[in-house]
Write a protein that binds this ligand. Structure first.
Ligand code: ZN
Length: 110
C-alpha cells in the first residue's frame, strides 16, 4: 500500500490504483450473461473520469511494473483471478492489433 501511494504521488501517474482495481473487478464481475463484451458501462461521466483515455487495466499494469518486486507480486496476486475471469468471459477480437496488450484484444461490441 505504501509503495502504491508513493507512486501515485508522482505527477505523471495516470490515476488512482484503487479505483482502477475497483473498475477492473466490476468489469470481471459484470452482471448478465457469462460471455460479455469487454466494456463496463457503470455510468461514469466521461468528463469526470479519472482515467479519461486510459484503460484501467493499463494503469494497473503500469503500477505492477514500477512497484518494488515484492509489492508488485502482491498486486499481481490480486489481479490474476480478475484477469482470468475477464479472459474466460470475453472473446478474442480477430481484428485487434497484435501490438495491443491482451486486455485490449477482446471484443468490445457485438
Ligand atoms: Zn463530468
Amino acid at each position: 500500500m505504501a509503495d502504491i501511494s508513493r507512486t501515485e504521488r508522482k505527477p505523471y501517474w495516470p490515476g488512482p490504483t484503487f479505483e482502477a482495481w475497483r473498475r477492473w473487478r466490476a468489469l470481471a464481475y459484470k452482471p448478465g450473461p457469462w460471455v460479455m463484451h469487454a466494456v463496463l458501462d457503470d455510468g461514469t461521466c466521461e468528463c469526470c473520469d479519472p482515467f479519461r483515455g486510459v484503460e484501467v487495466r493499463s494503469v494497473l499494469e503500469a503500477m505492477c511494473r514500477v512497484l518494488p518486486r515484492r509489492s508488485a507480486r502482491e498486486l499481481r496476486a490480486v489481479l490474476t483471478p480478475l484477469d482470468e475471469r475477464f479472459l474466460a468471459r470475453t472473446l478474442n477480437d480477430p481484428f485487434a492489433s497484435p501490438q495491443d496488450p491482451w486486455w485490449l484484444r477482446r471484443l468490445e461490441r457485438p
